[in-house]
Design a binder for this molecule. Structure first.
Ligand SMILES: Cc1ncc(COP(=O)(O)O)c(C=O)c1O
Length: 442
């Protein structure tokens, strides 16, 4: 779309998600094409994608193999149900996903988004405990600052105050939260995992004592918290959570919607940290965001407990019309083949030190108070303006876009999650632009 077409575009009907609608519609930022590492803006400028769209286009944009798979599937069979029916692509996609999931998490429940994956995982946790006669385990433990999507389950275990405020009276009952793990005083500018903070996992013992283990179904955490502004788990923290969960018969859920599919240089964060959860959620990179798709991977114990514990007939009363949608499934098959063929996870691991060096080179730049990174995830925290939190990062984001680089913000934190195909020069370009802009913004 050219600029003229954009100026005649009616922006009024689309109520935009997680957007300052009035601000956006008075000065829209429109993207019209994408290829590889770049978007093209509606006014024809090349925009380096520092965020893989929304942490999702891990293989880069409009990859030929994925485009072809989507086109072929759309022409061959648009839709088929997966309720008491099936079609090959859904099974193929699940098999390919299960090749990469950790441990024995080889049972794949297909959904359409990260939010659905989270709510599905919470329901599977409840169903599992009920199937083995512990139906009183209904409590969930989330974490402050967590983002687990926007369903009622995910919002309840999530811990971003603004995301909960309007709905606070209708949160799931019985949810409690661990403290988040960010401490800028103790661990600012940590490269990779901070050495400080593993003891924060012991807060789980406190919550177990408070509520009694017999009431707790599951603990859910993002191995690396992304949407809240990149919080890297302290060394030993996730291992400790796993131990405490095991000790008390509590399930551990990793929400890997952003850490899944290579972002840390391994298929999932579980393999990176060598901690295997009982349930793992994914979405985004599962099919390179070519169509909506998410999934929950469940362990043998959980899957078999539910399937074998049920009377004849449907074992789990849960699912979505579009679970395993043929087009999304075809995109997943092509995407995972591409990840394997181009060894993109190993590539991410190789680029991670380059990325680390480039982002930490911004230490000392105006406004910067912390820099955090792991794999191809990075965060730069800025000092907030007095009385106007979030505006400095927002202005930085807008200026970066004007200068041809797409970044994301969370409050006053700039977040980076480029496609795994990023080249060294593009990493340099990304952080050079951010550095220039930081010198310009108030
Ligand atoms: C960790 C995590 N969980 C869940 C979600 C929700 O995913 P979706 O927007 O696909 O519903 C996100 C989205 O960013 C996420 O980062």
């Amino acid at each position: 779309m050219n600029d003229r077409a954009a100026s005649t575009l009616d922006l009024s009907a689309f109520w935009m998600p997680f957007t300052a609608n009035r601000q956006f519609k008075s000065a829209p930022r429109l993207l019209s094409k994408a290829k590889g590492m770049y978007y093209t803006s509606n006014d024809g400028r090349r925009i380096l994608d520092g965020t893989a769209g929304l942490w999702c286009v891990n293989a880069g944009h409009c990859r030929d193999e994925i485009v072809a798979a989507v086109q072929e599937q759309a022409a061959e069979m648009d839709f088929a149900p997966t309720f008491q029916m099936g079609h090959p692509k859904a099974f193929e996609a699940a098999t390919k996903i299960a090749k990469h999931t950790p441990g024995d998490l080889k049972h794949i429940f297909l959904v359409n988004s990260g939010s659905e994956a989270v709510d599905t995982a919470l329901k599977i946790a409840l169903a599992y405990h009920r199937a083995r006669g512990e139906g009183q385990r209904t409590r969930f433990i989330g974490r402050e600052r967590a983002y687990h999507g926007v369903g009622f389950g995910g919002t309840s275990v999530g811990g971003i105050p603004a995301n909960r405020k309007a709905y606070s009276g209708a949160m799931l009952p019985g949810v409690d939260h661990l403290p988040h793990t960010l401490n800028i005083k103790e661990a600012a500018y940590s490269k990779g995992q901070p050495a400080w903070g593993a003891h924060l996992a012991d807060e789980l013992e406190r919550l177990v004592t408070l509520h009694d283990a017999s009431t707790i179904a599951a603990v859910i955490v993002e191995p690396v918290a992304g949407s809240t502004g990149v919080l890297i788990p302290p060394q030993g923290y996730l291992q400790r959570l796993r131990e405490i969960c095991d000790k008390h018969g509590i399930l551990l859920i990793f929400d890997e919607v952003i850490t899944g599919w290579g972002r840390l240089g391994t298929p999932f964060a579980a393999q990176y940290f060598n901690v295997t959860p009982d349930l793992l959620t994914m979405a985004k990179g599962t099919n390179n965001a070519a169509a909506p798709m998410g999934a929950v991977a469940a362990s043998d114990r959980i899957h078999d407990g539910i399937i074998n514990g049920a009377p004849a007939g449907i074992e789990l009363f849960h699912g979505y019309t579009y679970s395993g949608h043929p087009i999304a499934a075809a995109a997943a098959c092509a995407t995972i083949d591409l990840y394997e063929r181009e060894q993109l996870f190993a590539r991410a691991a190789k680029m991670a030190p380059v990325f680390e060096e480039a982002i930490h080179a911004l230490r000392g730049t105006r406004h910067v108070i912390d820099i955090r990174n792991l794999g191809l995830i990075g965060g730069i925290e800025l000092a907030s303006r007095d009385g106007a939190p979030g505006t400095r990062a927002y202005d930085t984001f807008v200026r970066c876009f004007q200068k041809g680089v797409l970044v994301r913000t969370a409050g006053d934190i700039l977040a980076f999650s480029p496609p795994l195909i990023i080249e060294e020069e593009q990493i340099v370009e990304l952080f050079r632009t951010v550095g220039e802009v930081l010198k310009e913004v108030d």
